[in-house]
Ligand binder design. Structure first.
Ligand code: HGY
Ligand code: MN
Ligand code: MN
Length: 440
């Protein structure tokens, strides 16, 4: 590519980056708790950030609508009469969070996408369409989707919002329950959505040119390499389980050790076994994020333990082989301890390989931000999950990673620099222009 396609007068990109950072702070204040960031699917906070982001979309001249699964969809039509079926390049990420979250995971990608629309839009010719101010000058419409449930924090199943957009919704999800016992179906209705119409969120491949997402790396690679941006090659496959270990609750004082069937100790050995088995693997990562003992009394040997398992890998087959090793090890551990265990799979998503063409345009976009003749941009595998894992079922996926100091994420200490966001906005805009150029 000859050089940057984007003529960004002066510091429009720097201004865009500052706006992104300020809005990340603004959205961080929309939380279920006053002392941390938490925003889960179909909550009052979800509704509030959708309203706020819809305002920002409309300010840009986009239409903004909440789809049948609670995702927020902004659209900038191509010139001429608005054509809702004109193929669109979708940019975006997610606005939901984990508990006690950082303020950039997902959020920064949605806001960077809006700044790319601001940089690329052109005034609508007088008299075109419905008089709204701006259009996409590209051979495709531009959409920004703020996905509503990438994390899966509330119901355990991740990617609910993007699954609906990809037409992957399953009816057996309706009975999933949150910590208060509310079903997904009840939460849908309470939020004002109609479960019977969730299928209307689905998009057809013919409507989509592709999906490009900017996201913080959520790992230390770029920081260690001293680079601000990277191309993503693929997104890890994920499986999530809820495990139950059953022993026998007994008196903490009167029960000798050789008479105990302590479920918490069995679960603890299981967690250590997951770490040991996965450490021996390349690009398979297992994490026990939650462990609860029951009845949970200080003077009772736990008769039951519940633990979560998040297992992900670069390749589905390798991940599944490791799950087999973990199952065998859990059988051995529980057998030794006279315990029983069972697993319920609550989430599964295959690995998604980013479309080569979209990897190329993201690479071109990054190159446009680098000094001429520099090294080729880094390409990274993403062990973190993203909405592209769903969207890959209906269109090509491309991702741009931003440096995430120390790789801290899913934590209030998560950070990204304004300078890197500026580079990221410019790279993402250039990627879009490169794609438009490739498509003639
Ligand atoms: O879990 C993940 O990898 C993503 O942050 N939801
Ligand atoms: Mn994320
Ligand atoms: Mn996350």
């Amino acid at each position: 590519m000859a050089g940057p396609l984007l003529v960004a007068e002066g510091d429009r990109v720097a201004v865009a980056a500052r706006r992104v950072m300020a809005r990340c702070d603004e959205l961080a204040r929309v939380s279920a708790t006053s002392d941390a960031i938490e925003r889960v699917y179909l909550s009052a906070e979800h509704a509030r950030v959708n309203r706020l982001a819809a305002e920002w979309m409309r300010e840009l001249g986009m239409t903004a609508r909440q789809d049948a699964a609670g995702n927020l969809v902004g659209r900038l039509d191509t010139a001429g009469a608005p054509d809702p079926d004109a193929p669109a390049l979708v940019l975006g990420s997610h606005l939901d969070t984990v508990p006690d979250a950082g303020r950039y995971d997902g959020i920064v990608g949605v806001l960077m996408a809006l700044e790319v629309v601001r940089l690329l839009r052109v005034p609508r010719a007088d008299g075109d369409g419905d008089g709204r101010g701006f259009v996409s000058p590209l051979p495709f419409a531009l959409e920004v989707i703020a996905f509503s449930d990438e994390e899966g924090t509330r119901f355990g199943k991740a990617l609910l919002g993007s699954s609906a957009v990809a037409g992957l919704w399953r009816d057996d999800w309706w009975t999933l329950t949150d910590a208060d016992g509310m079903t997904l179906r009840e939460a849908f209705v309470e939020f004002g959505l109609d479960p019977a119409r969730v299928g209307e969120a689905a998009r057809r491949p013919a409507e989509l040119v592709g999906y490009l997402e900017a996201h913080i790396e959520q790992g230390p690679e770029l920081d260690d390499r001293g680079e601000p941006l990277a191309v993503v090659s693929s997104i890890a496959s994920a499986r999530r389980f809820q495990l139950v270990v059953t022993g026998e609750a007994r008196h903490a004082g009167g029960t000798p050790y050789d008479r105990r069937r302590d479920a918490l100790l069995g679960a603890s050995e299981a967690a250590l076994a997951v770490e040991r088995i996965c450490r021996a693997e390349h690009h398979v990562i297992g994490t026990v994020g939650r462990l609860e003992a029951y009845p949970g009394a200080v003077n009772v040997v736990p008769g039951e333990a519940h633990l979560s398992l998040d297992l992900r890998g670069e390749l589905d087959e390798r991940r599944d082989a490791v799950w087999g090793s973990i199952e065998a090890e859990l059988d051995a551990i529980m057998g030794r301890r006279g315990l029983r265990w069972q697993a319920r799979e609550v989430h599964s998503a295959p690995a998604v390989f980013c479309a080569p063409l979209l990897q190329d345009v993201v690479r071109e976009g990054i190159v446009s931000t680098l000094p001429r003749g520099g090294d080729a941009p880094t390409t990274l595998f993403s062990p973190a999950g993203h909405d592209g894992m769903s969207i890959g079922a209906v269109t090509g996926v491309g991702m741009l990673f931003l440096r995430n100091p120390d790789g801290i994420s899913h934590h209030p200490g998560e950070s990204v620099s304004t300078a890197d966001v500026a580079l990221g906005v410019r790279a993402l805009a250039e990627s879009v222009l490169q794609l438009a150029s490739d498509r003639g």
